[in-house]
Design a protein around this ligand. Structure first.
Ligand SMILES: [Fe+2]
Ligand SMILES: [Fe+2]
Length: 341
C-alpha cells in the first residue's frame, strides 16, 4: 500500500482544494485535525493534479490503521498542504477519531483558545454536513453528537472574549449551506453566552441555529454547496415551513427551536415571510436568530456580493433598523457584542 513518502509530490501538483466540494465522495479534512503519532482509523487521501490533466485525482496518503508519522506531517507541511481528504463512507470513523482528539485537547490547559475552538469547529462542521446530507435525518445518534458538540462549544464560550473572538475569526466563508449553519450556531453560542443565558437554553438555541435552514435540503442538490441567498429568496420561500416540519419531528426539543426554523425570515415591520408577522408576534429566539443570520450572510459574502467587514455589516443592518426589522434590544446588544470581540 502506498504511503505519503512513496509519492513524488511537488507543490505544483497538489490541487488547491475546493472546500466543501465533493467529487466522487471525497470530503476535505484539514491537516491540522490529524495528530502525528496517532493511528488513523480511516484512509486518508491527497488531491493531486498533474500538468495537462483535466480533473484532479485522489491518491492514498495514509491507509487505514497506519500510524500517521511525524515525517509525513512534516513533508505535508513543507509542501504547504493544508487539506487531506476522506471518503464519505468513512465519515463515522472520522467523527469518532475527532471525538477522541477533542477528549484530549479540550481539558488540556496548555492548549490555546484558537486550537480548541478550531478542532471543535472542524468536528462540528462534519457533524452538520452529516445532518444536511443524510438520506434520513435521525433524531438519535446524529442529534446526540450535535448536542454534545454544542455543549462543549458553549462551555468554551464561557471562557470569555478570547474564545468569542476565536469563533468570529475562524468562521469559514465558502458559501456552503452547512458552513453558514455552523457559523450561525457558533456565533449564536458566543452571543447568548454574552447575554448570560444558561446552558440548557443555550444548548437548545444552538441546535435551533444549526438546523434553522434545514428546510433547504428539499432543494438539494441544487442548493446545497451553493450560495446562501442574500435577498432573492424566491426558490427557497418554503424552507421555513419545511424546516418547521422537520424540526417538529425531533423529540425533546423546546418549542422555541421550531419557531427558529419557522420565523427566522420574519421582520419586525411585517415585511418578512412566511407570515409577515410584526415584532411582538415573533418568538424571541427567532428574533435573535434573525440578527445572527443576517450578519453571517453579509460578512460571508456570496457570488454576487463581496463579504462585508463587521463594521460595514452593522452599518447596513442599522439602515434596515430604521424600518424596525430587528428586535431593538437584541440588536443593541449584538452591536455591543461585536464591538467587544
Ligand atoms: Fe433561512
Ligand atoms: Fe440562514
Amino acid at each position: 500500500m502506498k504511503q505519503i513518502l512513496d509519492h513524488d509530490l511537488k507543490t505544483s501538483k497538489i490541487a488547491a482544494p475546493a472546500i466543501g466540494e465533493e467529487r466522487g465522495g471525497y470530503i476535505p479534512l484539514p491537516l491540522r485535525n490529524l495528530t502525528a503519532g496517532d493511528e488513523i482509523p480511516f484512509d486518508v487521501y491527497l488531491k493531486v493534479k498533474n500538468k495537462g490533466e483535466q480533473d484532479p485525482r485522489f491518491i492514498m496518503a495514509c491507509p487505514q490503521n497506519e500510524v500517521f508519522k511525524q515525517e509525513w506531517y512534516k513533508k505535508l507541511k513543507s509542501l504547504e498542504i493544508q487539506w487531506l481528504y476522506y471518503s464519505q463512507e468513512n465519515e463515522a470513523k472520522v467523527l469518532d477519531y475527532l471525538d477522541r482528539s477533542l477528549e484530549k485537547v479540550l481539558p488540556d490547559e496548555t492548549r490555546q483558545p484558537e486550537e480548541k475552538v478550531t478542532l471543535l469547529y472542524d468536528t462540528t462542521l462534519i457533524c452538520v454536513r452529516n445532518f444536511f446530507t443524510s438520506e434520513q435525518i435521525s433524531a438519535g445518534p446524529q442529534m446526540f453528537r450535535a448536542l454534545r458538540l454544542i455543549d462543549s462549544m458553549f462551555d468554551l464560550m464561557k471562557g470569555g472574549v478570547d474564545f468569542h473572538r476565536s469563533i468570529l475569526d475562524i468562521r469559514r466563508h465558502d458559501h456552503v449551506l452547512y458552513n453558514h449553519s455552523l457559523n450561525v450556531c457558533f456565533m449564536g453560542l458566543a452571543f447568548v453566552s454574552f447575554l448570560g443565558w444558561d446552558a440548557q437554553k443555550a444548548q437548545n438555541f444552538g441546535l435551533g441555529a444549526m438546523l434553522h435552514d434545514i428546510g433547504l435540503i428539499q432543494l438539494k442538490p441544487e442548493l446545497l454547496g451553493k450560495d446562501v441567498p442574500r435577498n432573492g429568496y424566491k426558490p427557497t420561500d418554503s424552507h421555513p415551513a419545511v424546516g418547521y416540519k422537520i424540526v417538529s419531528n425531533m423529540p425533546g426539543l423546546r418549542r422555541e427551536v421550531r419557531y427558529m426554523a419557522l420565523q427566522h425570515h420574519e421582520n419586525g415591520d411585517g415585511s418578512g415571510y412566511p407570515a409577515g408577522l410584526k415584532i411582538n408576534a415573533i418568538d424571541p429566539w427567532a428574533r435573535v436568530l434573525r440578527i445572527l443570520d443576517h450578519y453571517e450572510v453579509l460578512t460571508s459574502g456570496n457570488a454576487h456580493n463581496r463579504p462585508l467587514s463587521s463594521k460595514e455589516a452593522l452599518m447596513e443592518m442599522a439602515g434596515l433598523q430604521e424600518k424596525k426589522v430587528f428586535d431593538m434590544n437584541y440588536f443593541m446588544n449584538f452591536i455591543k457584542f461585536i464591538g467587544k470581540t
